[in-house]
Design a protein around this ligand. Structure first.
Ligand code: SF4
Ligand code: SF4
Length: 337
């Protein structure tokens, strides 16, 4: 599972937050590189049958790389490669991953892992982390639209073996899609993850247009189950759902605008992947100017939890919470001299 470990640059970021200014670029860039997929998950905003028309497109990766290269000297440490589609299907996926690896930054990939050629295996094993969308054998078709559960699990085993045999440091997580029918299978998927020595992230799905009754309305419905699962495999499952019960952190402010940037498949620039409300620019050649612009700063300063339902337990939010805790610690230390 992901956990936030502050780097040297994060301490600079925290000091900037406390002073209300921004001097560094984003720590993490998330980029949706395409909107083409071989599945049609029922919750997907680009592929679901509920979506009438979502343009099928690919970002120009030369342009993405140019932007990323310009951000490395400003403190960029990580790139999340994902999509409004399956990123592996981008025509230049392999070259893109190699270029990112050559830049020496951390590379995280989100995939449905239904496709695993030798080339794809090679590329994935160069990443730092891989998140694999999955739910359960019994409900895979219902949630993901095609009957490919066995193929995904076979690919997962091949990937884990390949990584181990090649001495790669890539960490792998199953991104388990929480839904009413899949919840009971969360135990067996966690068992599988434990056997393979990989992690499980539990993902809640939202949306106005989702089929009625399929997904949870409130986290109260599944939290007791996740609590049990977490106690069975604490080192491999995400505890994000329990953060608010166990921490003294405030949930009022969101610090994502200080360390994260999301480029959508149409070139919109946002601070958060989950909220269109955090968009502050359209892509232009000079990305640095966008990040430091008065408009971006205004948006950055205004970010709170935009929608408590969606914001409540995002990973970035947990990182923001940690920053908020650090802020308190720094203030305490300042007071005590
Ligand atoms: S795998 Fe991802 S992109 Fe493809 S349909 Fe499912 S959610 Fe959408
Ligand atoms: S609180 Fe979390 S989900 Fe909400 S805008 Fe901030 S980062 Fe995004």
């Amino acid at each position: 599972m992901d956990s936030f470990s502050p780097s040297e640059l994060d301490w600079e970021r925290i000091s900037d937050i406390l002073k209300g200014r921004v001097q560094l670029g984003p720590k993490i860039v998330t980029v949706d590189i395409n909107s083409v997929c071989n599945l049609n998950c029922v919750f997907c905003r680009s592929q679901s049958k509920l979506v009438r028309h979502f343009p099928q497109c690919e970002l120009c990766l030369n342009r993405v790389l140019k932007t990323i290269k310009s951000l490395v000297p400003l403190g960029l440490e990580e790139v999340n490669v994902s999509g409004d589609g399956e990123p592996i299907l981008h025509s230049y996926f392999k070259r893109f991953i190699q270029e990112l690896v050559d830049l020496g930054i951390k590379v995280n990939i989100s995939t449905n892992l239904t496709i695993l050629t030798e080339d794809v295996l090679n590329s994935l094993s160069k990443a730092d982390s891989i998140g694999v969308n999955f739910c359960s054998f019994s409900n895979y078709k219902l949630i993901h639209g095609r009957d490919l559960a066995s193929q995904v699990v076979r690919n997962l085993i091949s990937l884990v073996n390949f990584i181990r045999d090649n001495g790669s440091h890539t960490s792998v997580d199953i991104d388990f899609v929480l839904s009413r029918p899949t919840l009971r299978y969360a135990f067996e998927v966690t068992e599988l993850a434990k056997r393979l020595g990989i992690g499980v992230e539990f993902v809640m799905v939202y949306g106005e247009d989702l089929p009625k009754g399929l997904f949870f309305e409130s986290e109260k419905e599944f939290k007791p189950v996740l609590r049990q699962i977490h106690s069975l495999y604490p080192q491999g499952t995400n505890a994000i759902w329990f953060v608010e019960k166990t921490s003294p952190f405030s949930f009022s402010r969101c610090f994502i605008g200080w360390f994260h940037c999301f480029i959508d498949v149409f070139g919109g620039i946002h601070f958060c992947c989950q909220h269109p409300g955090t968009q502050f620019a359209e892509w232009q050649e000079d990305f640095k100017t966008l990040w430091f612009s008065p408009n971006a700063q205004k948006k950055r300063d205004s970010l709170t939890h935009l929608n408590p339902r969606n914001c409540h337990h995002c990973n970035y939010c947990a990182e923001g919470l940690l920053l908020s805790w650090v802020e308190k610690e720094v203030r305490k230390r300042e007071k005590s001299g």
